[in-house]
Design a binder for this molecule. Structure first.
Ligand SMILES: [Zn+2]
Length: 466
């Protein structure tokens, strides 16, 4: 680690979203060294967004403790149609960057190779590298956020189409004569199942007099309903939100059928903000539609799964693209992460390298060690200590194998929800009494995460722990 390793490549990747800009510095094994997350300027002026991208790149390199000379290339994901050869942004429906020649500009500013790409294309590439699509011959990613986009990766290469506009799955018509889409056509997939469509359906139902817990959760202002809030309403079994989400899930399920019949990818990976927040609720409906497929032969291949990388899928895809531009094949380096040495020194004491722990510990996929539950941090409002938070933490960063040490005796903690969560994301799980789990962790050559329960209550009830 550190500045000594100057010969090793490092990459910057930036996800320029409609609402947020996420920049990372990442090594070729997919270990993220630093990150910078900020809101996308809402002024509508391209120069403000560009200034924000530049500042994010400066900041994230500074935070990484590397010199700028150690950065090999920069990948930039754009929510729209780009021309990677000319480095131009052709059209961004939800952002103000249409027509901007971003790549020549950033190349001149930073003196590095800069690669532009569509965000959903990069997201699929990220999942093919380190996520739910790893080691698959072909991966189709569908990302459900404000709108809906997709990407197709075959033999680790993106299919971009003859005119760079392949994969605009959000605009295949799924309801002839249906609601008007942002693109101007009627009945598009995204006009039926994107977050904008979900919000619109909820507002219309409320205008008709239906009640929903969202009115309380959002203090009566339903003008913006974020995915996270939809999830809260689902958790509380709100009838309106449950109905609208299950309707959207059906549409997504039928879109997956279409993809399967058209391309027969080995895996279809579902991601994006809506799936990130509500995917575990949507899963049954989507799966039911896929499993009921009557077309002969369609069921033997063509699995479906949820994104394992979450928000990081797009930037990790940006790393793949940036690395490729300088001749570095990151797919070969997935298992080159350095992990700590772990050893039980007594029934409830764990030694991780030179540090001793007596409370529950998480080891992340990049080898970092953390106490669990994490200390509350202002910049990550969702961080907590529930089963869902722990599962998400263990899932991130390109994990192939999760090892759960279930306590000294190992029989008092129901780990079924973890198995369900990871199966949907194509991640293997081992649950063993902690001492045995430590042994398995030491032996495993996989890209791995671990939770070792040493004392205390089970994670779902640990809020009250002292
Ligand atoms: Zn459309």
């Amino acid at each position: 680690m550190g500045k000594k390793n100057g010969k090793k490549h490092h990459f910057v990747a930036v996800d320029v979203g409609a609402t947020k800009i996420l920049a990372v510095v990442c090594d070729p094994c997919g270990v993220i060294r630093s990150r910078d997350r900020r809101e996308t300027p809402r002024s509508g002026k391209p120069e403000d967004v560009i200034a924000s991208i530049e500042s994010a790149i400066d900041t994230v390199v500074r935070k990484s403790d590397l010199y700028f000379s150690e950065i090999s290339a920069i990948g930039v994901a754009i929510p729209g149609v780009v021309n990677p050869k000319r480095g131009e942004i052709l059209r961004t429906p939800n952002s103000c960057l249409s027509g901007v020649s971003l790549e020549p500009h950033l190349t001149a500013k930073f003196g590095k190779r800069v690669v532009l790409g569509n965000d959903c294309n990069f997201g699929t590439l990220g999942e093919a590298w380190l996520g739910a699509g790893r080691e698959a011959s072909s991966v189709f990613g569908i990302f459900v956020g404000t709108g809906i986009g997709s990407g197709f990766v075959r033999k680790r290469k993106l299919w971009r189409g003859a005119r760079e506009v392949a994969g605009e799955i959000g605009h295949i018509v799924m309801g002839m004569g249906g609601p008007v889409c942002g693109c101007g056509n009627r009945g598009c997939f995204e006009a039926l199942a994107g977050r904008n469509a979900i919000e619109r359906e909820i507002r219309e139902a409320v205008a008709r007099g239906e009640s929903t817990i969202l009115t309380d959760l959002l203090q009566g202002d339903l003008s913006v309903i974020k995915s996270r809030v939809l999830r809260m309403a689902l958790d509380q079994k709100d009838p309106l939100v449950t109905r609208v989400i299950s309707r959207a899930s059906e549409v997504i399920g039928y879109a997956c059928l279409t993809v399967r019949h058209l391309l027969d990818p080995e895996w279809i990976v579902l991601g994006g903000g809506v799936v990130e927040a509500c995917g575990d609720y949507m899963w049954e409906t989507i799966k039911r539609i896929i499993d009921a497929d009557q077309l002969p032969g369609a069921q033997q291949r063509g699995g479906i799964c949820l994104s394992a990388l979450g928000d990081d899928a797009v930037v990790l895809g940006g790393v793949v693209a940036a690395a490729r531009a300088v001749g570095c094949n990151v797919f070969k380096l997935v298992r080159n992460v350095e992990y700590p040495q772990v050893k039980m020194t007594s029934r409830d004491t764990l030694k991780v390298d030179k540090k001793t722990f007596t409370n529950d510990v998480v080891i992340l996929s990049d080898g970092r060690v953390k106490k669990w539950p994490p200390e509350k941090k202002g910049d990550r409002p969702n961080s907590g200590s529930s089963t869902a938070d722990l599962a998400e933490t263990l899932c991130r960063g390109g994990t192939e194998l999760v090892i759960l040490g279930t306590g000294p005796d190992g029989d008092t903690w129901d780990v079924t929800p973890f198995f369900q969560y990871f199966e949907k994301r194509r991640i293997s799980v081992l649950a063993l009494p902690t001492a045995q789990a430590v042994g398995s962790y030491q032996r495993s050559k996989s890209r791995k995460t671990a939770f070792f329960r040493l004392g205390g209550a089970t994670p779902s009830t640990s809020e009250n722990r002292t």
